[in-house]
Write a protein of this length. Structure first.
Length: 342
């Protein structure tokens, strides 16, 4: 499923790696994007990376929240689509470098649950002296957006869901085979990014990947920089959480989401074995129906609340906000500003 493909990219590809010490990043990892970077303490022993790309007005703040497996650098280009009207920051959630990687609590998901992650985001606003913000989230960040809307409604201006869904029922469905990344794809940063584009149609900023992995002296990717239990804890929290109560999310909300078709195929489908293609074909229709049902629940009008705005994009990659910025930015500007601005 596209929502979890990036987590699988790191987890699956690096199953084939060797144990090695971390070496300096290759030259292509140099980060020349204009921004300020800070570590904000949000809890005892926990600091979060906050990237500040600047912007026109500190009184109008946009907060960018990442999908599973990503750090805030994934927005290094996208952020500048909005700095003419907002002060734009991005947060790397706990568990992903350079943010802290605190161990879980009494249960695996403790410390990585929806409430904790939303509280972290509010702690960042408090540190920056921001009373209210627009929150934009990709993929698994949708759970944070909804929790912010329910529990911190007075701190939320508007919510934008980028291929973000209520995942509470997602794991009741049979899985499809993951992308077939290989050890050869880890040979260098360039081969890794090429495989990312070939198999998942993702045009990812290099710096976002450079932080997520470790390199050996030859520039080969040898390991993830994230312990395996971090995504496991986040996903366990997703699996055990109840569905979102949309009647409690009062903030205006926009969703731009993939609407896959039964006939559609993910880019990596053609690289799967015949057996894996058969499994994909058997399980895909149920996942397509889940996309439809979950989006319909989001779009349902709630009494006394603003009507949600939903754009369904047929058979697009999960990171369409990177690959098709023109349309996504236009729709977001219409929603956030009331009309398209140059």
């Amino acid at each position: 499923m596209r929502i979890l493909c990036k987590a699988l990219l790191i987890a699956v590809a690096l199953l084939l790696t060797v144990t090695a010490s971390s070496f300096a990043q290759p030259p292509a990892c140099f980060d020349g994007t204009p921004h300020k970077e800070m570590l904000v303490t949000v809890a005892n022993g926990v600091q979060l990376q906050v990237l500040d790309w600047g912007g026109a007005d500190k009184l109008r703040t946009m907060v960018l929240l990442t999908g599973l497996g990503d750090n805030a650098h994934v927005y290094d280009q996208f952020a500048f689509q909005f700095t003419d009207f907002f002060h734009v920051i991005g947060i790397t959630r706990r568990g992903y470098l350079p943010s802290s990687q605190p161990p879980p609590g009494p249960t695996l998901e403790a410390g990585y649950d929806f409430d904790t992650r939303a509280r972290d985001d509010i702690a960042v606003l408090d540190f920056l002296g921001v009373s209210k913000a627009v929150f934009v989230g990709h993929s698994v960040a949708g759970s944070e957006l909804s929790t912010l809307g329910v529990k911190y409604g007075d701190r939320v201006d508007k919510l934008v869901y980028l291929d973000s869904f209520d995942l509470s029922k997602r794991f009741q469905l049979p899985e499809i085979p993951p992308p077939p990344f290989t050890k050869e794809d880890n040979r260098s940063l360039q081969t890794f990014l090429a495989a990312d584009e070939r198999l998942e149609d993702i045009l990812r900023p290099a710096q976002a990947t450079c932080i997520a992995v470790q390199f050996d002296a030859s520039g080969m990717i040898t390991d993830s920089s994230t312990p395996a239990w971090v995504p496991q804890a986040i996903l366990l929290g997703v699996k055990t959480s109840p569905p979102t109560d949309w009647t409690k999310v009062a903030a205006p909300r926009l969703a731009i989401v993939d609407q896959p078709s039964v006939q559609g195929r993910l880019p990596y489908y053609w690289y799967l074995s015949a057996e894996d293609q058969k499994t994909f074909d058997q399980n895909w229709p149920g996942i397509v129906q889940w996309y439809t049902d979950t989006t319909n629940q989001f779009a349902a009008q709630q009494p006394g609340l603003p009507k949600p705005i939903v754009y369904r994009l047929p058979d697009v990659p999960h990171y369409f906000y990177l690959n098709d910025q023109a349309f996504v930015v236009k729709v977001m500007r219409e929603f956030l500003l009331g009309k398209v601005r140059p």
